[in-house]
Design a protein around this ligand. Sequence first.
Ligand SMILES: [Zn+2]
Length: 289
Amino acid sequence: MLILNLYRVKLLGISFFILLSACVVNNSQNPPTPEEIDDFLIKAYKREFNLNITHPAFVYPSQNKRYTSTAYYENELYRIYVNDEGKTSSQISTPFLPKGDITVLTIFVNYANLNLEDIKDTLWPEAQASINRDHEEWADQLGLEAPIVKFENINLLIDEGRITEPSTSNLRAVASENKYSSNDYDIIAFIDLNQNEPSGGFAVRKNNWVKMGWFYNIDEDKVLTAEKLRGIAYGVYHHEIGHLFGWDHEWSDAKEGDLFITHPKLFGWEDINNNGIIEIFDDSPYGIR
Ligand SMILES: [Zn+2]
């Protein structure tokens, strides 16, 4: 069964919209106990996807009352939910893989009152660096020598009115006008901080670009501080680019103080089968046979 849902979700004070398609296979079974969930998921991966996983990655976010399990394997992302009635829902997608050096071309709309000419080269790169520090901190926690994900950034400004409705073609055209070919970047982030029309963000998965608006409350100070830019960077790199990595809002919510938007094991950023290789880098992830 193919279901299309338009989700509107508020997270960290930001409204986000995302269109999800999910292939739902509802086969009610006895709900697994915590002792049975490993085995339950192993069987579900075999049944739904014909994958022989031995060490499934999963979390049980208590706010959702549902297990979420993911497996990145050979460029695909396999996802299984198991609810408290034992119903499973499964999905396959082809995400932008969350690993390695990723170059993001950010395109800011130049609003004169925001001082972006200066901020583009000062406070914004600092906010971008804070995202890479989040990934370095995770690598440190795991004892890795290098972060799993590292963002390289190219930052551009465009005149107000140059792009009113972003599209894959008009964003690529702006890149091209600035002498950047599609080989020079992996992802485009269009950042339109129009304070007269506050909005959240969205991600366009197939074409690897994201959009971020001015999502701060109307009564907030309209000056771009380091703190606000950190919030915008979090929205772009952890949230919207997280969607390009395959994350959906309902996987599990970030809590205050969490490094990432969801549990890192769901992005393949842990060594689940204890063979010394993080799953996203493992040719036989999750003990697959
Ligand atoms: Zn979102």
